[in-house]
Write a protein that binds this ligand. Structure first.
Ligand code: ATP
Ligand code: MG
Length: 140
């Protein structure tokens, strides 16, 4: 399997509870290398653009207001099979369904405030990485 990159976000519920170090430790323990990282506060327009694929979903407005409710940490993770590996360590979207030991099982508050985002495929990873990072920002 090829070395790959994926986009990760530590969401406002995680920054609010000072969990960025513990989540980064879990990512690194899963073999994911943090090759770029920045703490930012998303504007409404940025959150709407980032989650554009969910525009028609009933939870879209709530998701945008949650994602703009505090700072987030955006990061690029690198590993063999990084997209799937990150999805595995994140756990299911709804923490009630997340496997033991996953980040969402350990830390998520709810299906919405679920602590982390991870790209769901190679194409979305490329699109989401370029949404936040220039090539020169990523140091592999
Ligand atoms: P993410 O894209 O954040 O990695 P995901 O791929 O597991 O999560 P998606 O279906 O892409 O889940 O949903 C994006 C985000 O929207 C979820 O992480 C969660 O914060 C929120 N969300 C998803 N489903 C619901 C829901 N039924 N009610 C409220 N919020 C939801
Ligand atoms: Mg998703």
């Amino acid at each position: 399997m090829a070395v790959e990159r994926t986009l990760s976000i530590l969401k406002p519920d995680a920054t609010r509870r000072n969990l960025t170090g513990r989540i980064n430790a879990a990512l690194e323990a899963a073999g994911l290398r943090i090759v770029a990282q920045r703490r930012i506060w998303l504007s409404t327009a940025e959150a709407e653009a980032f989650y554009g694929e969910h525009k028609a979903r009933g939870f879209f407005r709530d998701l945008v207001s949650f994602m703009t409710s505090g700072p987030v940490v955006v990061q690029v993770l690198e590993a063999e099979g990084a997209v799937a590996r990150n999805r595995e360590v994140m756990g299911a979207t709804n923490p009630a369904n997340a496997a033991e030991g996953t980040i969402r099982k350990l830390f998520a508050e709810s299906i919405e405030a679920n602590s982390v985002h991870g790209s769901d495929g190679p194409e979305s990873a490329a699109r989401e990485i370029s949404f936040f990072f220039a090539a020169v920002d990523i140091v592999g």
